[in-house]
Ligand binder design. Structure first.
Ligand SMILES: NC(=O)c1ccc[n+]([C@@H]2O[C@H](COP(=O)([O-])OP(=O)(O)OC[C@H]3O[C@@H](n4cnc5c(N)ncnc54)[C@H](OP(=O)(O)O)[C@@H]3O)[C@@H](O)[C@H]2O)c1
Length: 304
């Protein structure tokens, strides 16, 4: 993976990808680069107008790009089911990229009663993956990419407080949701291997990247976050760079299930793509087993 960049993406003609949250940030770059290398790309977005604008921008940059926009709200199991049910044909790649990062007061729960960050960042992608798994199994060298974060390392799994009911802080609930997403991505790989599935599960994180997600933290009431974000242009990466680990996970030749890619620099904040390690809590098979069962119970989507 030495100095891997999007220029090394293998030919993607004949492949079909779903990228969630593809209208903005690293998801948008991911969709653009997949399309540039020939993949058909479904932009799965909660705001269809924003998705159409992103699709038009991709077509301007890549004339003839095969991109389509479909509505998907990961904070709603009904929307996830409708999205999955509306797709036909096989799928070669699912990039579970969409996410929210909140800093203010506790937001209202999702329509399914989940903490908003847990629902959007972890439980929604778990359900989506399960509902698309048969389509992926029919694909060619199929992959599921989970977009994690360095902050998954801030928390240990606490199954008794997944929805942050005991006490709430936006950044802690975000870190908890990213830990759960990472546990589920690692466990997905264990289960796919155990059943001999052709699908592999790979993880990636962008480090710290300048996107809408980080920009929203500028408005935070948390003084530390505000000052970090004021300084951010000095050390965070542009979205083009932040998207590289997930593009590498999604397309590089020789990637194996369970691998995790991120930036190589100080604290994995930015830098060339390298293989990184998930936290011990994220890799623990017992956490994987218990979290998988809980995700199936909470979402009603049981698979593998
Ligand atoms: N930026 C960083 O430094 C950083 C660091 C670590 C991990 N990440 C992860 O990278 C991924 C991409 O984030 P980004 O930095 O590119 O931020 P971004 O520019 O805010 O993009 C996030 C995308 O997720 C979408 N989204 C949010 N809630 C959704 C929902 N309920 N249903 C469907 N889509 C939803 C957003 O849609 P709208 O445009 O409609 O809001 C947007 O398209 C996220 O998983 C994030 O946690 C980012």
């Amino acid at each position: 993976m030495q100095n891997w960049t999007e220029k090394q993406i293998p030919d993607q003609h004949g492949r079909r990808a779903v990228v969630t949250g593809a209208n903005s940030g690293v998801g948008r770059v991911t969709a653009l680069e997949l399309a540039r290398h020939g993949s058909a790309v479904v932009l799965a977005v909660r705001n269809v107008a924003a998705g159409a604008e992103a699709a038009a921008a991709i077509r301007r940059e890549v004339p003839g790009a095969e991109v389509e926009v479909r509505a998907l709200d990961l904070a709603s199991l009904a929307s996830i089911r409708a999205f999955a049910g509306s797709l036909d044909g096989n799928l070669d790649l699912l990039v579970n990229n969409a996410g929210v990062s909140l800093t203010g007061r506790r937001p209202p729960p999702t329509v399914d009663g989940f903490d908003l960050q847990m629902g959007t960042n972890a439980l929604g992608p778990y359900a989506l993956t399960g509902l698309l798994l048969d389509r992926l199994a029919g694909g060619t060298q199929p992959r599921v990419v989970t977009v994690s974060s360095i902050v998954h390392r801030w928390r240990r799994l606490d199954l008794g407080d997944l929805m942050s009911e005991r006490s709430y802080s936006g950044p802690r609930a975000y870190a908890r949701s990213k830990l759960v997403a990472t546990i589920l991505g690692v466990e997905l790989d264990r289960r796919l291997r155990a059943t001999g599935s052709p699908v592999i599960s790979v993880l990636a994180h962008p480090g710290m990247t300048n996107t809408n997600l980080s920009a929203r933290a500028l408005a935070s009431r948390n003084a530390l976050l505000r000052s970090v974000n004021r300084l951010s242009p000095l050390f965070v990466s542009p979205a083009r760079e932040g998207a590289r680990p997930q593009l590498c996970a999604a397309t590089a030749a020789g990637v194996r299930g369970g691998q995790f890619f991120g930036p190589r620099g100080f604290q994995e904040i930015r830098g060339p793509v390298t293989e990184v390690r998930a936290s011990a809590s994220a890799r623990d098979p017992e956490n994987g087993r218990r979290m998988w069962a809980e995700a199936a119970r909470l979402t009603g989507v049981a698979y593998l």
